[in-house]
Design a protein around this ligand. Structure first.
Ligand SMILES: NC(=O)c1ccc[n+]([C@@H]2O[C@H](COP(=O)([O-])OP(=O)(O)OC[C@H]3O[C@@H](n4cnc5c(N)ncnc54)[C@H](O)[C@@H]3O)[C@@H](O)[C@H]2O)c1
Ligand SMILES: O=C(O)C[C@H](O)C(=O)O
Length: 353
C-alpha cells in the first residue's frame, strides 16, 4: 500500500511553485533528423519526468544513447506499431515529427501522400491511448496534417481544439534570427508575430509589429525581400542540404521551445504566450487599426496557453498594406490545404478499437 505521508509530500511538491511539475512526453518519429536532437533537448527539460521515444526504426539505439545523459527524465525507447500504445499511455504531451522531409524541387504539399497516412495512424493511437494529451504536430504539410489529426480525434469523440497545435515556432525563430542580425539586436530580445500557416505565402510575418522596429531607412523592396526570405527559409535549408533533408537542428530548437511553453502552461505557470496553428474560433477580429478578421477554420495566431491548453486566441493586431495583401493572397491556398486534409481523413479507415 502507498505510504500516505509520502503521497502527501508528493502532492505538496507538485504545488510548490518553485518546483516545476513534471510530465510524460511522447516523441513520435524520435529517431529522425528532428527526433534525435529534440530527444536530447527534452531530456534536459526540468518539466519532463518520462520521455517516451517512439519510431518505426532505430529507437533502441537513440534511447540507450540519450538515457546516459545525467539529467532526471527517465527515457524509454518504443519500436514499431505494437509498442505505440505503451509509448503513448500516460503522456501529457505528444510531439510528432514522424514522416518524410522534402528534397530540392519539392513543395511541402508533395509530402502529403506519405505523411497524411502516418499522421492519421498516429492520431488514431492518441485517440485510443492518451485522448487528453496535448498534441504538437511538426510533420509536413502542417497546413493539412493538423486538420487530419483534428478529424481523426473528432471521429473518436475526443477532439479538444484547445490541445491540438501545428508547430509554426520555426517561422517565428527564423524571423527573430534574421531581424536580430539586421538590427544588431540579440535575437532573444526581438519580438515579431508570424501568423497564418506553414508553407510559402501562408507564412505571414507581421514585420510592421516587429520590436525593435525595422530601421526607418529600410526601403519597401528590402522589407518585402525580408518577408519573402522568412517565407522561403525552409527551402533555403532544403537547397543547402542538397538532398540530405530539411531543417532539423533549428527545428529541434524551435520544438523544444514550444514544448517548454506547453509544459510551463500545464504546470500552471501561465499564461504563456505562443504562436501556433490551431482550429480557429470563427471570425476573430485582428484588433484596432485594421478591419481584418480571421475567417479561416485553421490559422496560426498568437495564443495564451494555460493549464487547459489554449485559453485565449489573441487578435493579430494591425497590418500594413503589404501584410494585408499577403493575408488576402494566402486564403485560397490555406483553405485548399485544409480541405485536402479534412477530405483525406473523412475517407480514412475508422479508428482502431
Ligand atoms: N513544422 C515545421 O516547421 C517543420 C520543420 C522541419 C521539418 N518538418 C517536417 O518534419 C518531418 C520530419 O522531418 P525529419 O527531417 O526529422 O525527417 P527524417 O526522415 O529524418 O525523420 C523522420 C522519422 O520519422 C519516422 N517515421 C516514419 N513513419 C513513422 C511512423 N508511422 N511512426 C513513427 N515514426 C515514423 C522515420 O523512421 C524517421 O526516423 C518532415 O515531414 C518535415 O517536412 C516540419
Ligand atoms: O521546409 C521544409 O520542408 C521543412 C520545414 O517546413 C521548414 O520550414 O524548414
Amino acid at each position: 500500500m502507498a505510504d500516505p505521508l509520502n503521497r502527501i509530500q508528493k502532492i505538496a511538491s507538485h504545488l510548490d511553485p518553485a518546483k516545476p511539475r513534471k510530465f510524460k512526453v511522447a516523441l513520435l518519429g524520435a529517431a529522425g533528423g528532428i527526433g534525435q536532437p529534440l530527444s536530447l533537448l527534452l531530456k534536459m527539460s526540468p518539466y519532463v519526468s518520462d520521455l517516451a521515444l517512439y519510431d518505426v526504426a532505430n529507437t533502441p539505439g537513440v534511447a540507450a544513447d540519450v538515457s546516459h545523459m545525467s539529467t532526471a527524465a527517465r527515457v524509454r525507447g518504443y519500436l514499431g506499431p505494437d509498442q505505440l500504445g505503451a509509448a503513448l499511455t500516460g503522456a501529457a504531451l505528444v510531439i510528432i515529427p514522424a514522416g518524410v522531409p522534402r528534397k530540392p524541387g519539392m513543395t511541402r504539399d508533395d509530402l502529403f501522400n506519405i505523411n497524411a497516412g502516418i499522421v492519421r495512424g498516429l492520431a488514431q493511437g492518441i485517440a485510443q491511448h492518451c485522448p487528453a494529451a496535448w498534441v504538437a504536430i511538426i510533420s509536413n504539410p502542417v497546413n493539412s496534417t493538423v486538420p487530419i489529426a483534428a478529424e481523426v480525434l473528432q471521429k473518436a469523440g475526443v477532439f479538444n481544439p484547445a490541445k491540438l497545435f501545428g508547430v509554426t515556432t520555426l517561422d517565428v525563430v527564423r524571423a527573430e534570427a534574421f531581424i536580430g542580425e539586421l538590427t544588431g539586436t540579440d535575437p532573444r530580445d526581438v519580438h515579431v508575430p508570424v501568423v497564418g500557416g506553414h508553407a510559402g505565402v501562408t507564412i505571414l510575418p507581421l514585420l510592421s509589429q516587429a520590436r525593435p522596429p525595422l530601421p526607418a531607412s529600410m526601403s519597401a523592396e528590402a522589407r518585402k525581400a525580408l518577408m519573402v526570405r522568412i517565407q522561403d527559409a525552409g527551402t533555403e535549408v532544403v537547397q543547402a542540404k542538397a538532398g540530405a533533408g530539411s531543417a532539423t537542428l533549428s527545428m529541434a530548437y524551435a520544438a523544444a521551445r514550444f514544448a517548454d511553453s506547453c509544459l510551463r502552461a500545464m504546470s500552471g505557470e501561465g499564461p504563456v504566450s505562443e504562436y501556433a496553428y490551431i482550429r480557429h474560433p470563427p471570425r476573430l477580429s485582428s484588433g484596432s487599426g485594421s478591419s481584418v478578421a480571421v475567417d479561416l477554420p485553421y490559422f496560426s495566431s498568437p495564443v495564451r496557453l494555460g493549464r487547459l491548453g489554449v485559453e485565449e486566441v489573441l487578435p493579430l493586431g494591425p497590418m500594413d498594406a503589404l501584410e494585408a495583401d499577403n493575408f488576402a493572397a494566402m486564403k485560397a491556398e490555406l483553405l485548399g490545404s485544409i480541405k485536402k486534409g479534412v477530405e483525406f481523413a473523412a475517407k480514412g479507415p475508422a479508428p482502431a478499437k
